[in-house]
Design a protein around this ligand. Structure first.
Ligand code: 3H9
Length: 655
């Protein structure tokens, strides 16, 4: 870590160089603290530019320090010292000024940002609140409404928006250092005509009325679904708006320290680091990915169209192959529907949607694949159908084209049997809707080359997905745990726990839906057909309660009923007499369970399956399993995933 000071005549330039992201560890805080003293004492310095080396401005407090006791100088004191410095400091922002980084920038008298930069206060995404005046200075700088959005949502804003909100004073392009020095010089000439702006802590603030705060609280509580930090951040912001600066700072600090030690913050830190570790598995070594410039998807159904959309969103051209002209048109219609939806929701402009569709070549002729770098198969989940596709791909594609299957249950080794150059074959398991869901399970076979595996990981990066490597077993990581989860939920039903109580308990745990509601939405027949397939192949698959319902025609919402009943055109789940009658012989009466006990049983079953998956080497790390559950199956992020929760519970029991 270095903090260096150099000079452009009367302007001092303080450069922070603390790779990778200039996080504010103790040594950096101390060095900045000392720099203020040095420059205050230097009578030849009239203004100071604070700039960073490397890819970004200060990206926040050093998250790795959060498990340890805070060591001075504390960040709020450093921000305060910057604000009281005898000379005006100007933050020169490139990359991201986040969390503590933006708080340091708010300690400066001015903020100049490069046009590509972002600023924000993402602390709630780590289960904490800004702890160095973010909740107290931001509303004084940008107004209460903007501060509430920025702090409780945690989403950074781009430079242009930051300027319009008053978060930065100028947006520049080109040479940031030169621009910031020029800005500093300009401010030095101004005091003759116009005084420097007040330090942010001294600026006035007006609180909206109590009804406004109540509305914000309700809206945030609805979004947060059990996550505490956004609501605690709102408390801090309200205190900032209603109480004197010092009192609000004390309240923010106490809230920050309380949350920093919380289970939710520990869980969110765990996921923060897990997400950064997942794309870089050590065993890839120096295997170099192949460059992917052209792609193809075989199959234009829901999954295939979603995968094609994900590729197009990443700027890759796509060849979409279907078996005949009608199917080609259906595939294109599926793709169009995805982009139309994105335009309606304001995610894409008409022009962007059109550009994506213009990058698609669709047809039934495999000759279109002759020069494609990557082909992803997403046809019907049946071995013979998939094998026929790969037999054809083996003949039509370049020998070095990467060939991937999107199977979710079948054995990729069997799909690839007989394929020439099987080293370029890999499983890439997307989750539906594939253009939205972040998870990508990457499933190598014993013949997959390191280069092909590395290409899978590089593709995930290109698509903005979280890659997790999975070994071969029934359901890989995610669907294998899902099976266990559903089986445990059925066990509870057999023990007399009401279906609705189980779903409510899982919603209470932070899931958007319980296991039975989710099956009704997706359709019970999908898993049923898999079980029937396995039974037909001679496997001993015990009858499930879901089988009984499907055989009675209850496949979920699409048939007007599954575990629940649904009125026509209505998605509201109603307890079902018909289901109760069908299952009556399989349900015993037993003692009830609290919602907490139900959730603990189900998440515990997931963790038990996860441990088996780890022991068998199907997953590389426990944290990968947590990522699969969070990004593929709606496990609440702030719980850290089933493996983290189980580990945390075990360690809390042992103290
Ligand atoms: C805070 O500031 C609290 C204060 O309000 C109050 C305090 C009193 N600390 O993401 P990348 C590592 S809370 C430590 O792949 P990118 C990361 O683990 C903080 N390490 O890069 C990775 O390490 P490795 C609020 C950090 O270019 C490497 O840097 N701030 C931190 O794709 C590269 O990371 C945030 O939440 C950190 N704060 O994206 C910002 N940040 O190479 C979090 C990153 O060993 N950071 N690392 O795997 C980010 O959002 C992104 O890192 C950023 C760059 C956008 C900056």
């Amino acid at each position: 870590m270095t903090v260096s000071i150099d000079r452009d005549r009367e302007v001092a330039i303080v450069t922070v160089d603390n790779p990778p992201v200039n996080a504010l560890g103790q040594a950096l805080r101390q060095a900045l603290w000392d720099a203020v003293g040095t420059l205050d004492a230097d009578a030849t310095v009239r203004a100071v530019v604070l700039i960073c080396a490397g890819r970004t401005f200060i990206a926040g407090a050093d998250v790795t320090e959060f498990g340890k006791p805070p060591v001075p100088p504390h960040l709020p004191d450093l921000v305060d010292r910057l604000e009281r410095a005898a000379k005006p400091w100007i933050a020169a922002i490139h990359g991201s000024a986040l969390g503590g980084g933006f708080e340091v920038a708010m300690g400066c008298r001015f903020r100049v940002a490069l046009d590509s930069a972002s600023v924000g206060l993402p602390e709630v995404t780590l289960g904490i609140v800004p702890g160095a005046s973010g909740t107290v200075r931001t509303p004084r700088l940008a107004g209460v409404a903007a501060a509430v959005e920025l702090v409780t949502g945690g989403r950074p804003v781009k430079a242009a928006k930051a300027l319009s909100l008053g978060l930065v004073d100028a947006v520049v392009s080109g040479d940031l250092r030169a621009e910031a020095v020029a800005f500093a010089r300009q401010t030095l000439t101004q005091p003759l005509m116009q005084p420097l702006p007040q330090p942010i802590s001294a600026r006035p603030i007006t609180s909206p009325d109590p009804a406004w705060w109540d509305e914000q609280r309700q809206a945030i509580a609805r979004r947060a679904r059990g996550e505490v930090a956004p609501l605690r951040a709102l408390d801090c912001l309200r205190t900032a708006a209603e109480k004197p600066f010092a009192e609000a700072m004390a309240f923010e600090r106490a809230t920050f320290l309380d949350l920093r030690a919380s289970d939710q913050a520990a869980a969110l830190r765990h996921i923060f680091f897990a997400e950064r570790a997942a794309p870089k598995p050590a065993h890839l070594g120096d295997a170099r990915p192949k460059e992917i410039r052209s792609t193809a998807v075989i199959g234009g159904g829901t999954m295939g169209a979603g995968i094609a959309a994900a590729l197009l969103d990443a700027g890759l051209p796509v060849v979409l192959i279907e078996r005949d002209e009608d199917a080609v048109q259906r595939g294109l219609a599926n793709l169009r529907a995805i982009f139309d939806g994105a335009v309606k929701r304001g995610k894409l402009t008409e022009a962007q949607a059109k550009a994506r569709l213009d990058s698609v070549t669709a047809g039934s002729d495999h000759g279109l694949l002759a020069d494609t770098d990557l082909v992803i198969e997403a046809v019907f989940e049946e071995l013979s159908v998939k094998r026929a596709v790969f037999a054809q791909l083996g003949q039509t594609c370049r020998a070095d084209a990467i060939l991937a299957t999107n199977t979710s249950y079948l054995d990729p080794r069997r799909i690839a049997e007989g394929l020439p150059h099987p080293d370029r074959f890999v499983g890439l398991h997307f989750f539906s809707p594939a253009n939205v869901m972040k998870l990508l399970e990457i499933v190598p076979t014993p013949t997959t080359s390191p280069e092909t595996l590395a290409t899978g990981f590089a593709l995930a990066r290109q698509l903005g997905k979280i890659p997790v490597q999975a070994g071969i077993c029934d359901g890989f990581i995610g669907n294998r745990i899902l099976k266990r989860y559903r089986a445990e939920a059925e066990t509870l039903v057999r023990q007399g726990i009401p279906i609705a109580a189980i779903d409510a308990a899982m919603r209470g745990h932070g899931f958007a839906m319980g296991p039975f509601e989710a099956q009704d939405l997706g359709g019970l027949d999908i898993a049923y057909l898999q079980r029937e397939g396995a039974r037909a192949a001679g496997q001993d698959v015990p009858e499930t309660l879901g089988d009984i319902l499907v055989r009675a025609g209850r496949k979920g919402q699409k048939t007007g009923g599954g575990w629940y009943d649904y009125a026509p055109g209505d998605r509201l789940a109603q307890p079902s007499q018909a289901t109760a009658a069908l299952l009556a012989d399989h349900i015993s009466t037993g003692p009830g369970l609290t919602a907490e006990a139900i959730a603990s049983r189900l998440t515990g079953a997931m963790a038990t399956e996860g441990k088996a998956i780890l022991a068998e080497g199907i997953a590389q790390r426990a944290s990968d399993i947590d990522l699969v559950e969070i990004h593929g199956y709606g496990y609440p992020r702030w719980r850290g995933g089933p493996m983290f929760e189980a580990e945390r519970k075990a360690s809390q029991r042992s103290v």
